[in-house]
Design a protein around this ligand. Structure first.
Ligand code: TYM
Length: 355
């Protein structure tokens, strides 16, 4: 029995449509940075993708393409685990247990469900409603302690903590009896639990990259307008054109961050520039304050092209060899399965499910 939960990073990306600059700056680039000092598991969440109807062939291509993006961005698959979720059946199994822990009220408050289901909720899949319990299962199956995500996933991670806490609480006697508990500090209390209370890592300059057409909307792979986003598959010309046409206001850039208030499009372009060049918005404005967008945009385009095109061409090279990608996913799946099987054995024991 081990009485310490080791630090472990877990995160995932859905294989639905093209990856965007938002996915890269808000998530994938941070996955790469975290691998230096942590043991990491990065998943392509294909079971989440099918909460909305997908074309089977496109789903397989998109799954390989997200894996290619992870590798092209610099994730070292010889040191960390990369796999697709559906390969490890325990994700679905633990999600069922969590469906019985989470409350209808908790899930009904999820803003992502409300947005994705739209007006006609009766027609949304049950999977879309219970999506966050599968996400909690993804993380807790590996007893993930740190989860790097963009700002839009914050509510799902709070729910993951609520599920872990309720599970620990509902089964506290049994967890203690089996000697499977770990001491954790919650608020000022020390409690004994099986699942860690995961820390969301929502940090850095790019936790919420906005649409290039509307600075109040998130940049998203599902936006009907392709001009609203930069895709990781875009050519240099596409990137330059999208930045040139990005919506802005008529004023030049301010010299200080306060001047970005109520200027969402200007603020977005400055934060993209900052994220791509590892500079604080204030530093970007010291350099470019007073300049019109007609001067700033071409420089931003160049910076974006320099950052993205090496990844795009590596993704293309990798995608030409699907057998290699499949072998990475199979290998990662095996490693993930070994950890998942151990957790599920404990969970079955805790809950009272005969093996
Ligand atoms: P998904 O596939 O929508 O997005 C993948 C990651 O990209 C981040 N992201 C952004 N960050 C900044 N600006 C943006 N405009 C932007 N758009 C997307 C997301 O926050 C996310 O980190 N539910 C998750 C996938 C998931 C998961 C998990 C994540 C399933 N299980 C377990 C972490 C842990 C999702 O739909 O991400």
């Amino acid at each position: 029995m081990s009485n310490e939960i080791p630090q472990r990073v877990f995160s995932g990306v859905q294989p639905t449509g093209n990856l965007t600059l938002g996915n890269y700056l808000g998530a994938i680039r941070r996955f790469v940075a975290l691998q230096e000092h942590h043991s990491c598991i990065y998943c392509v969440v294909d079971l989440h993708a099918i909460t909305i109807a997908q074309d089977p062939r496109e789903l397989m291509d998109a799954t390989r393409s997200v894996a290619a993006a992870y590798i092209a961005a610099g994730i070292d698959v010889s040191k960390h685990i990369v796999f697709n979720q559906s390969r490890v059946h325990q994700h679905a199994e633990l999600a069922w247990v969590f469906n019985c822990i989470a409350r209808m009220g908790w899930l009904s408050r999820m803003t992502q469900f409300k947005e994705k289901a739209g007006k006609d909720r009766e027609k949304a899949s049950v999977g879309l409603f219970s999506y966050p319990t599968l996400m909690a299962a993804d993380i807790l199956l590996y007893r993930g302690t740190h989860v790097p995500v963009g700002d839009d996933q914050k509510q799902h991670l709070e729910l993951t903590r609520d599920i872990a806490q309720k599970f620990n609480n509902d089964f506290s006697d049994r967890i203690a009896e089996l000697g499977l508990g770990v001491e954790m500090e919650i608020g000022r209390e020390i409690v004994n639990g099986y699942f860690p209370l995961t820390e969301p890592l929502i940090e850095g300059p790019a936790t919420r990259i906005m649409s290039l057409r509307d600075g109040t909307k998130k940049m998203s792979k599902s936006d009907p307008s392709d001009m609203s986003r930069i895709n990781l598959t875009d050519t240099e010309d596409d990137i330059a054109k999208k930045i040139r046409k990005a919506k802005t206001d008529p004023e030049p850039l301010p010299s200080e961050v306060e001047g970005l208030e109520n200027r969402p499009e200007a603020a977005n372009l400055v934060s993209i520039f900052g994220a791509l060049t590892d500079k604080e918005p204030g530093t970007v404005l010291q350099e470019y304050g007073g300049k019109p967008f007609s001067e700033f945009k071409p420089i931003l385009a160049e910076v974006a092209i320099d950052a993205i095109t090496p990844i795009t061409s590596e993704m293309r090279r990798l995608s030409a060899d699907p057998a290699y990608i499949d072998s990475v996913l199979a290998n990662g799946g095996e490693q993930a399965s070994a950890i998942a099987a151990e957790t599920m054995r404990d969970v079955r024991d805790i809950v009272g499910l005969l093996a």
